[in-house]
Ligand binder design. Sequence first.
Ligand code: F0G
Length: 362
Amino acid sequence: AHQWRGVIAEYADRLPAHLLTHPVTLGEGGTPLIAAPALSERTGADVHVKFEGMNPTGSFKDRGMTTAISAAAARGAKAVVCASTGNTSASAAAYATRAGMVCAVLVPDGKIAMGKLSQAIAHGARLLQVDGNFDACLVAARKLAEAYPVDLVNSVNPDRIQGQKTAAFEIVDALGDAPDIHVLPVGNAGNITAYWKGFREYAGLDDGAAHGTVASRTPVMWGFQAAGAAPLVLGHPVDEPETIATAIRIGNPASWDQALEARDVSGGIIESVTDDEILRAHRVLSAEVGVFVEPASAAGVAGLLRLSDEGRVPAGARITITVTGHGLKDPQWALRGPDGSDVTPVRVSADVVSIADALGLG
Ligand code: F0G
């Protein structure tokens, strides 16, 4: 029986040699590309969801962390640092522990989901809650890495992008060619950079030229930011980003230029979706598709549904959407009804008649 070996072993021939000497892996990648009939019916397209919540720490960050920590291990690094809205910290903490490294994480005080905070602490990170937002944390982490013997493992580290590009490879491998359109949430813009790189390489462009062509084309890239944290849409940084999708509560994305390049070269768009649209898409994903995600992860689906309402989704297009992180990271949103009221479970006594009654079977 074949066991998935993690993205470094599976895609070694398409990764730089310095990532291959000291592999640190938790078996990341190999996530399911799930057909989403509920979304296909709503949009008239052929929609598939790439469920990145199935990675070892529950988000796509593991793809880039296996490569970033492996490169750090090859350099003999003893400590790493990251700024994070939560998922990067959970992933960095797990892979650093695995490599026997100290992991320092800087998170915005009070603005990260409990599941992610718990993971970073469980994996032994030196977690500091910084009085400032993600953008301030990233500035501090970069300065720390410049002045002290710690390696930066945010997505400004190119080793991160190398690992994350493998998600695009997996999509093409699963479909037999690139999709027409790829949709994803955008925060610090590392992931859209990585997908665009992966799709280009598989189409025989850039670094992929030496390895030949797997896909006949590259997809159109559709990125979505939260309306209260949409610097790429507004065209200027946002000083005080706000959204319930804390993972993408980012006002000054580090990979700004790369995100615009992916948008423009692919003929795509980067637009924004409101928190309400995000929560509606979150509910469609859990209640109709059967995939439980954290709010930020629903931003791509929210964008697709909006564009569909506006008649902007080409009929029959093959569309893939990355849903970036698991719902268990930030589960509280499931307990809110569509009108914003709390959802509380019905209490019954332990006899079958009351239970049947409560279920409306009587
Ligand atoms: N979705 C989730 C669940 C995320 O955690 C992030 C980023 C994104 C989308 C956006 O990806 O930044 O590459 O554009 N989370 C980072 C973190 C910032 O610290 O965990 P991006």
